[in-house]
Design a protein around this ligand. Structure first.
Ligand SMILES: [Cu+2]
Length: 298
């Protein structure tokens, strides 16, 4: 004689509904949070974009999270609904045995492919905005050199030298001296990235962009800062023993302050005809030829 289990009825769908509601509420919160850009919650943990280009990156980040969470919410909702709605109610009960469901299988094959295509499309569009250097007039150029293990920032043809010819001014850091990059606000500055030794990666969290600095490959991108301030930057590519010392600060200043800074570097004798390819430290690395480095940097 089998044990007769009491029949359980009402609470199950209600609990399922409650879980579904909680999932929905969570997703709705994130969607609502993703609508603004003022707080860290609204930016979904992204830094506040300092540049015009960074706004597009942030929009892509928020959009991708909202799309992913809507999909996640839908899937979680279905999972929990099925767990509660179709759970076993009797010891001797055999659930409905479904071997396949063609429309459903077609749906969950096609839909992720469509999602990937949409994500890819938005990524390419954002990339074209962020890296667009054809329609955006570049007003200022900085040659950024990543060297083991610091940075050199060159400002080509920044000030007029004694003979009236424009000269390059620079600031070169070392492991013990964190260098400062200075750029003007509301101006499009292009960073020309050069490396005399190994692959580094130039990035500023506030700009929402980073890019590899590779020997033999001339990478570049540009930013248009929209507010003044001091921001932190660093190397994002493990480049050797003292990689962690490759820090720098970025000062976004007014045009007048920028010109005063360039003149100050010239007055302090930090100038040369051509961009400097790293500090003296870089040229003493084993296997590096100074003359060859010069060519890499042009
Ligand atoms: Cu590095």
């Amino acid at each position: 004689m089998g044990l007769q289990l009491p029949e359980r009825t009402a609470p199950a769908p209600r609990r399922g509904r409650r879980v579904g509601l909680a999932v929905l509420l969570g997703v709705a919160l994130v969607v609502l949070a993703g609508c603004g850009t003022d707080t860290e919650l609204e930016r979904l943990a992204m830094p506040d974009p300092v540049t015009v280009e960074g706004e597009s990156t942030l929009a892509l980040w928020q959009g991708a999270w909202i799309a992913a969470l809507l999909t996640g919410g839908f899937v979680w909702g279905l999972i929990f609904y099925v767990i509660f709605r179709y759970r076993r109610r009797h010891a001797d009960e055999v659930p409905v045995q479904t071997r396949y469901n063609l429309p459903l299988e077609i749906f969950y094959t096609i839909f992720p492919i469509i999602m990937v295509i949409v994500f890819f499309d938005h990524t390419i569009k954002t990339q074209n905005i962020v890296l667009n250097d054809e329609d955006v007039p570049v007003q200022n150029t900085v040659v950024v050199v990543g060297q083991q293990w610091s940075w050199t920032f060159n400002y080509p043809e920044a000030v007029d030298g004694e003979d009236g010819q424009p000269v390059n001014v620079f600031e070169s850091g070392t492991g013990n001296n964190i260098p400062k990059l200075v750029i003007p606000v509301d101006t499009t500055t292009r960073f020309e990235l050069r490396s005399p030794d190994v692959i580094h990666d130039f990035g500023v969290p506030g700009f929402l962009i980073k890019m590899d600095v590779m020997p033999g490959q001339d990478n570049h991108f540009q930013v248009t800062p929209k507010k003044t301030g001091t921001y932190a930057g660093k190397c994002y590519e493990l480049c050797g023993v003292y990689h962690s010392r490759m820090l720098f600060t970025v000062d976004v200043v007014t045009q007048e302050e920028y010109e005063a800074y360039l003149q100050g570097q010239y007055d302090a004798d930090f100038y040369s005809d051509d961009p400097v390819c790293g500090g003296s430290f870089a040229n003493t690395q084993v296997g590096l030829d100074t003359e060859e480095n010069g060519e890499v940097c042009q």
